[in-house]
Design a binder for this molecule. Structure first.
Ligand code: RIB
Ligand code: CA
Length: 319
């Protein structure tokens, strides 16, 4: 089986770390690079964490290209230590990485890889979409040459998590997200509509402690901060595995039910900034959505199967 080449754009992040390891342990995927972005932490720390995660996995052969430090049209809202810890990795304060990032910017790396292998590269975006939007602006032909874009973000038919209206990744750069959803490339949105149905409960999480590989052991160490957030905020006995759900979609889209509609992002400065609005009118397409491509939106998921797949892959270790 030919492995599908993927670039993961990420803001690690506890659930980003889980998603990256899930991808590295999956024989269907060949991770050809990580690109980094602000979100859970500043871009500089996201880059350091990406390098640290690849060192833990023993995959320092995979390049890391640093992304930009700020959204397209607004200021970065800052890190979220109450979600992912001061260091983005559950306050484990890992030593500095020995490896170094590429001297190339994330957008340049994305363009080079897609243009060098037309139709082969899938972008998996797990953070704000700024690097993707910049790559599109710089080289619009990547829209014709990418294989697929699968992103964790947004909320089409459910409430937000950063605000009542908006999901965190989209809220961090609504202008970039609106450009990504409006480009003529195949985009799948794995948003809160489904990730709130993918729950690893405390019994699942306890399995990581029993797995004898460095990736699972790292997940076990970083989890407590994230578990505590969900316990305090929603009384959940476990966590939503947002970012891993996007990886699961790339591995096995049959786990998801989808619909397709043009999407707009609210880029106003009102209280709904960052909300993803799908055009669901049965009768006509209203002006804001006219001439916009349909976006594949995940609306249902076999959550238990996603959780089982991720745990099985981590149990097995590097693919
Ligand atoms: O809303 C969930 C997203 O926000 C995930 O990508 C998580 O890592 C956080 O950044
Ligand atoms: Ca993320």
């Amino acid at each position: 089986m030919a492995r599908r080449k993927v670039i993961i754009d990420t803001d690690p992040g506890i659930d980003d770390a889980m998603a990256i390891f899930f991808a590295l342990c999956s024989p269907e995927l060949e991770v050809i690079g990580l690109t980094t972005i602000f979100g859970n932490v500043h871009t500089s720390l996201a880059t350091i964490n990406a390098l640290r995660l690849l060192e833990i996995a023993g995959r320092t052969d995979i390049p890391v290209a640093p992304g930009v430090a700020a959204p397209l049209a607004s200021a970065y809202k800052g890190p979220v230590p109450y979600v992912h810890g001061e260091d983005g990795q559950g306050n484990t304060h890992l030593p500095p990485p020995a490896s170094t990032p590429l001297a190339r910017a994330a957008a340049d790396f994305i363009i080079e890889q897609i243009m060098a292998a037309p139709g082969e590269i899938t972008l998996i975006a797990l953070g704000p979409l700024t690097n993707l939007a910049l790559a599109l602006r710089q080289e619009p032909r990547i829209a014709q040459h990418v294989r697929e874009v699968v992103l964790m973000g947004g909320n089409a038919f459910t409430i937000g998590n950063a605000t009542p209206a908006a999901e965190a990744n989209i809220h961090n750069d609504p202008e970039a997200a609106d450009e990504v959803f409006g480009a003529p490339w195949p985009v799948t949105m794995v948003g809160l509509d489904v990730t709130h149905q993918v729950i690893m409960d405390s019994a699942h999480l306890a399995e990581y402690a029993r797995m004898n590989n460095p990736m699972a052991q790292h997940i076990h160490r970083i989890l407590p901060v994230y578990v505590e957030l969900y316990r305090l905020s929603g009384g959940l006995d476990g966590i939503y595995i947002h970012d891993s759900s996007a990886v699961a979609y790339v591995i096995d889209p049959s786990l998801f039910t989808t619909t397709a509609h043009p999407l707009r992002v609210d880029t106003s400065d009102g209280i709904s900034r960052g909300k993803t609005w799908a055009s669901v009118s049965q009768y006509r397409t209203l002006p804001p959505w006219q001439n916009r491509p349909p976006v594949t939106i995940c609306v249902a998921v076999r959550g238990a199967a996603v959780v089982a797949l991720e745990l099985e892959r981590l149990r097995h270790g590097l693919a």
